[in-house]
Design a binder for this molecule. Sequence first.
Ligand code: B12
Length: 210
Amino acid sequence: MSLIEEIRQAVIEGQAKAVVPKVEQALAEGVPADEILQKGLIDAMAEVGRLFEEGEYFVPEMLIAARAMSAALELLKPHLVEKGVEPLGRVAIGTVKGDLHDIGKSLVAMMLEGAGFEIVNLGVDVAPEKFVDEAKKGAQIVAMSALLTTTMPNMKNTIQALKEAGVRDKVKVMIGGAPVTQAYADEIGADGYSPDASSAVRKAKELLGV
Ligand code: B12
C-alpha cells in the first residue's frame, strides 16, 4: 500500500493518531501537500460518505473520521498557504444555521487566508443575523457553506436578511458545499459558487476584482 493510500485508509478508519505521523512522513518524503489533501484526505471523506449512505457507517464513525481529517489538515495548513502581504479583502465565512459540518468550510477559509484574504471564521450553525452583523462591520464577502439539503434554504434566508438590513449591495455572497450547485446559486441570487476550495480562491478574487 502506498503512503497516500495508508493515509486515506487511516482517515476512513478514524485513526487520528496513525494519520498524523503518516502525513508528517509523506511531507518529509516530498509528497506535495495538495496531493495528500486530495488523494489522502478528501477522497477518504467521500468514501466515509459512501459507507454512511450504504448503512455500514453511522454518525460516530463519520465523526471520528472527521477528527482524523481535521488533525491532518492542521499539519498541512502551513504547506497549503502562500502568504500574501496586503489583505485582499475581508471574508466572513460560516456554515449556515442548523448545519454542523465544519471541514469543507474550514478548508475554504484556510485557502482564502493563504491567498491573502482576511478571514472572520464564524464557525458552524451560523444564524443569518450573524452574517448580517459582519456585513455591517465591513466584510466584503459573505461566504456560506451547507452540506445538508435541509439547511441549504438558510443560504437563501441569509441573502434575504442581508436585503432586509439594507446591506445586500455592500457585499458579495459566495456559496458552496457538497449539495450546492451553480444553478442553486443563480436561483437564490448569490454572486458566486465554487465546487472546491482552490476554485473558491479564484472566485473570491474575481468577485472583488483583485
Ligand atoms: C464528516 C461528516 C459528518 C460529521 C461532520 C463533522 C465535522 N466536524 O464537520 C458529523 C458526524 C457531525 C455529521 C453529521 C451529520 N451528517 Co454528515 N457527513 C459527513 C461527510 C462524511 C463528510 C463531509 C466532509 O467533511 N467532507 C470533506 C470536505 C472537504 O468536503 P465538503 O464539505 O464538501 O467541502 C468542499 C466543497 O463542498 C467546497 N465547499 C464547502 N463549503 C464551501 C463554502 C464555500 C463558500 C465555497 C465556495 C465552497 C465550499 O469546498 C470544500 C473543499 O473542497 C459527508 C459525506 C459527503 N460526501 O460529503 C456526510 C453528509 C454531508 N452528512 C449527511 C447527514 C445526513 C448527516 C446527519 C443528518 C446524520 C444524522 N442522521 O445525524 C448529521 C447532521 C448534523 C448537522 N446538523 O449538521 C449526508 C447529507 C445528505 C443530504 N443530502 O442532506 C452526507 C452527504 C452523508 C450521506 N452520503 O448521506 N456528518
